[in-house]
Ligand binder design. Structure first.
Ligand SMILES: [Zn+2]
Length: 190
């Protein structure tokens, strides 16, 4: 595999993971020339999987979109990148395994929610609040109650208990701007 930095052809595989159903293999590689590490995915190439959107439109299955959605849901939470990548692989694997060529976007959403529910309850609620487009606070609260009912053991959602008892929670994760990382115009040049 050609190194993306120095184009050398020599690399070694440092880690290899297979999705549960064996549909996708992820390999972490290290260039033997410049020691850059990069990731490759190996999957069966048949007809490309397509996604059926709510309006019936078909678009290419885009694993990066799923990854980014999950990363955003897990932002600032104690969830490792490896766990998220494995979750994305399972979602992709299940879509390919259970759907022939076209998978409804609602199925992908449910699969992602299942994965997030396993990874982190806060991430799950964040994603669910965006994905399910809650009409009102009541609907959002009933979703939270469902989670609380299902998963009483080991549930750690800061602020959730308080929110369940009193004033409506601010349903803000979807509207919160992404942290730019560096403040704009921090140099004054003089
Ligand atoms: Zn290299």
């Amino acid at each position: 595999m050609k190194c993306p930095r120095c184009s050398s052809d020599d690399d070694r595989v440092v880690d290899s993971r297979t999705s549960a159903d064996g549909v996708v293999i992820r390999r972490r590689r290290e260039c033997l020339e410049c020691f850059m590490r990069f990731t490759t995915y190996e999957r069966i190439e048949e007809s490309p999987l397509r996604v059926i959107k709510k309006n019936g439109e078909r678009v290419r299955f885009d694993r990066d979109r799923i990854l980014h959605g999950m990363l955003r849901a897990c932002e600032k939470l104690p969830v490792s990148m490896a766990d998220i990548e494995e979750a994305v692989m399972r979602v992709e694997g299940r879509c390919q395994g259970e759907y022939d060529r076209e998978v409804p976007s609602s199925v992908i959403g449910s699969l992602v929610m299942d994965e997030l529910r396993q990874l982190d309850q806060v991430a799950y609620v964040r994603f669910a609040s965006v994905y399910r487009e809650f009409k009102d606070v009541g609907q959002f609260m009933s979703e939270l109650e469902t989670i609380l009912d299902e998963d009483v053991d080991g549930l750690e959602v800061p602020g959730l208990a308080a929110a369940a008892g009193e004033a409506p929670p601010s349903v803000e994760p979807s509207t919160r701007p992404v942290d730019p990382g560096h403040p704009p115009d921090s140099r004054d040049g003089s």
